[in-house]
Design a protein around this ligand. Structure first.
Ligand SMILES: Cc1ncc(COP(=O)(O)O)c(C=O)c1O
Length: 383
């Protein structure tokens, strides 16, 4: 099988991740909350430190460990104090995990949202963002750092700076960036930054996190036990435990920390260069195929290893099914949990795209084989 669905979740994981997941699952009976909490507490503290130092967060208590990036983004968005008439600005390439909470706030709480225009090479129209900010009432600007559909890399530092000029909070979705691009939450100045553990950070599923800048207080999404204030009826407000109720997914957290250490050892630059090379090889290889459209920017420095395409006369679903059935190539067809992105790039209305997402464990030989299959595809799939 040639696995080209790394934007959904990276696979395989480095061996150390499997090993540590297995070890911590076998050995840690009830993380944090057990009588032997101190031992587990130490492991949690160590993992938290590994993750925060990698993501440029100097105070480890500002990292909320969450069951995934979706939860982290929901906590960030619903955790703010919205009032009817407030405005949110989002990019045109947001994932459901940003756009759905924002839409829910619009329906239930009377906020408004504006979608910033997109162009390949200019993924977010900063003049538009500024015009809306200038009108006032903008509570949040939310922007992905890299698109899960087109691979476009966003100028998030500029977005944060602009939002701050208007005293507005900025939320960065680093789901597709962490482990590939340099994600330094404090240097970036993001107020809130969410990431997934199971994508570029090579952790197991079911873990992610949210950086909450010092001084920013969020409302909780869930209430429950934190292990620290067991004797009280009410929950003490303490970061990060207030936001981490229930039993921690320690095997996943330990696996995530192992993934981060593996990246540090391998080198972020090397990982990025490899994915850039594969994406470039693929884009060049398919560019001569009649009827193929590649979405997103042409500039390989401004895109990740996510490559979305359409092929005239073939539906994305049929093409992906043919690649899987005839050639054991795993891609993902459709809307990638991001119909807004597909409206933005013009593939909705329509059937979306086929996304080929390359990862560190893919090889140049695999790309050569996939390109060869793609050359056959116009004739074979529609036949
Ligand atoms: C851009 C983006 N944001 C958020 C998410 C949600 O991440 P998770 O699967 O960790 O909830 C994804 C997952 O595909 C994503 O691509």
């Amino acid at each position: 099988m040639i696995y080209l669905n790394n934007a959904a979740t990276t696979w395989p994981k480095p061996e150390v991740v499997y090993a540590i997941f297995d070890k911590s699952f076998r050995e840690m009976d009830s993380p944090m909350r057990s009588a032997s909490g101190a031992v587990h507490g130490d492991l949690m503290t160590e993992c938290r430190k590994t993750i925060t130092s990698f993501l440029g967060i100097s105070d480890p208590t500002r990292l909320v460990l969450a069951p995934g990036c979706t939860y982290a983004l929901n906590l960030a968005i619903f955790g703010l104090d919205w009032k009817s008439g407030d405005v949110a600005i989002i990019s045109g390439l947001e994932h459901h995990s940003v756009s759905r909470p924002i839409r829910k706030l619009a329906i239930e709480r009377g906020i408004r949202f504006e979608v910033a225009p997109y162009e390949p090479g200019h993924p977010i129209d900063l003049d538009f963002v500024e015009r809306i900010l200038r009108k006032g009432r903008v509570r949040l600007v939310a922007c992905t750092m890299a698109s899960n559909v087109t691979g476009d890399v966003f100028p998030v530092a500029d977005v944060v700076e602009l939002a701050h000029q208007y005293n507005t909070l900025c939320l960065v979705d680093a789901a597709q960036a962490a482990g590939l691009l340099d994600v330094h939450a404090e240097e970036l100045g993001a107020d809130l930054l969410a990431f997934a553990g199971h994508k570029g950070l090579f952790g197991p599923p079911g873990v992610g996190g949210l950086y909450v800048a010092p001084g920013l207080d969020l409302k909780t999404l869930a209430e429950g036990g934190t292990g620290g204030d067991s004797g009280q009826h009410g929950m003490a407000h303490k970061v990060p435990s207030t936001y981490e109720v229930g039993t921690h997914n320690l095997p996943a957290i330990a696996g995530l920390a192992a993934g981060v250490k593996w990246i540090q050892k391998t080198g972020l630059k090397r990982i990025r260069a490899h994915e850039r090379k594969l994406a470039g090889q693929f884009i060049t290889g398919i560019s001569e195929i009649p009827g193929v459209t590649v979405y997103g920017t042409d500039d390989l420095d401004q895109r990740t290893g996510n490559v979305s395409i359409t092929m005239d006369g073939t539906s994305p679903k049929e093409l992906a099914a043919w690649l899987a059935r005839e050639h054991q190539v795993t891609t993902r067809a459709g809307y990638h949990c991001a119909p807004l992105s597909h409206e933005t790039i013009g593939t909705l209305p329509g059937d979306g795209t086929v996304r080929f997402s390359f990862g560190y464990f893919n090889t140049s030989e695999e790309v050569t084989r996939v390109v060869r299959h793609m050359v056959e595809a116009p004739r074979a799939v529609s036949a």
